[in-house]
Ligand binder design. Structure first.
Ligand code: HEC
Ligand code: HEC
Length: 195
C-alpha cells in the first residue's frame, strides 16, 4: 500500500518542471498547485495526516521547513519518500512550498490528548525549542522546530533516528538524543505530543 501511494505520487511529480517564468503561484499555477496537493496527500491539508509517522508541517517555521527540504534533497536527511519529493521541486518551488506550509495553521489540539506532568530532562529542550515548545529562532538565524502537538509516533521515531545516528542533519540533536535512554525519549515524546 505504502509503495503504491509513493509510486502514484512520483508519477504525478515526475511531470517536467515547467520553465520558470516568474514566480509560480499555487493559486494560479495549476501544475505547481497539483504538486503541493500531493504533499497534502500525506501531510494533510488540515493536519489530518495519512498516518501517525508523518509529521505535521503546516505552521512550522519557514526556514526550518526549507532546511529540511534541502537536507532531503542533498541526502543529509534520509527517508524513503521525501528525498524524491524534494528533488521534483525546483529550488524556487522549494522556497514557495516552505512559505506555503509555514503559513498554514497548526491543527487544533485533539480532545483526546491527555496532559501529563513534564518528564525529567525536558527543561534543557526549552532553551532552543522555546518555553512553550512552539519553536524558536536560534542565534544562527535557523529555527528550531515546533514540538508541541506534533504526533507521538513521529517524535519518538525522530528522536530515535538522531540518537542512533540515522538522522545526522544536526550535531547537537544527535549528541543530546544519544545521551538519553529510550525510556526517557519516550516519556518526552508523549509529553510533547499532548501539549
Ligand atoms: C508519501 C507520503 C509523503 C508525501 C507525498 C510528502 N511527504 Fe513530506 N514527509 C513524509 C514523511 C514520512 C516524513 C518524515 C520523514 C522522517 O521520518 O524523517 C516527511 C517529512 C517532511 C518534512 C520534514 C518535517 C519535519 O518536521 O522535520 C517536510 C518539510 C516535508 N515532509 C515536506 C513535504 C513537501 C513540501 C511535500 C510535497 C512536495 C511532501 N512533504 C510530500 C511523507 C510524505
Ligand atoms: C541547542 C539547541 C537545541 C536543544 C537544547 C534541543 N534542540 Fe531539538 N532541535 C534543535 C534544532 C536546531 C533542530 C532542527 C534540526 C534540523 O535541522 O533538522 C531540532 C530538532 C528536533 C526534533 C526534530 C523535530 C522534527 O520535526 O523533525 C526533535 C524531536 C527535537 N529537536 C527534540 C528535542 C528534545 C526532546 C530536546 C531536549 C531533550 C531538544 N530537542 C533540545 C535544537 C535544539
Amino acid at each position: 500500500m505504502r509503495i503504491q501511494i509513493a509510486f502514484g505520487v512520483l508519477v504525478v511529480l515526475a511531470a517536467p518542471a515547467h520553465a520558470a517564468q516568474g514566480v509560480p503561484d499555487p493559486s494560479t499555477d495549476r501544475e505547481f498547485s497539483a504538486k503541493l496537493s500531493v504533499c497534502n496527500e500525506c501531510h494533510g491539508a488540515n493536519g489530518v495526516r495519512r498516518n501517525a509517522i508523518i509529521p505535521v508541517i503546516g505552521g512550522q517555521p519557514e526556514n526550518y521547513l526549507l532546511k529540511q527540504l534541502h537536507d532531503f534533497e542533498r541526502g543529509d536527511r534520509h527517508d524513503e519518500v521525501m528525498p524524491w519529493m524534494a528533488k521534483t521541486l525546483t529550488p524556487q518551488e522549494l522556497g514557495i512550498a516552505a512559505a506555503y506550509f509555514a503559513k498554514q495553521r497548526w491543527p487544533a489540539r485533539s480532545a483526546a490528548a491527555a496532559s501529563t506532568p513534564p518528564p525529567p530532562g525536558i527543561a534543557v529542550c526549552q532553551a532552543c525549542h522555546a518555553a512553550d515548545f512552539l519553536g524558536a529562532r536560534q542565534a544562527d538565524g535557523m529555527a528550531a522546530p515546533r514540538l508541541a502537538g506534533q504526533g507521538y509516533e513521529y517524535l519518538v521515531e525522530a528522536m530515535r533516528r538522531f540518537a542512533e545516528g540515522e538522522r545526522k542533519n544536526n550535531a547537537i540533536m544527535t549528541n543530546m538524543m544519544a545521551a538519553m535512554s529510550p525510556a526517557e525519549r519516550d516519556a518526552i515524546a508523549r509529553y510533547l505530543s499532548g501539549l
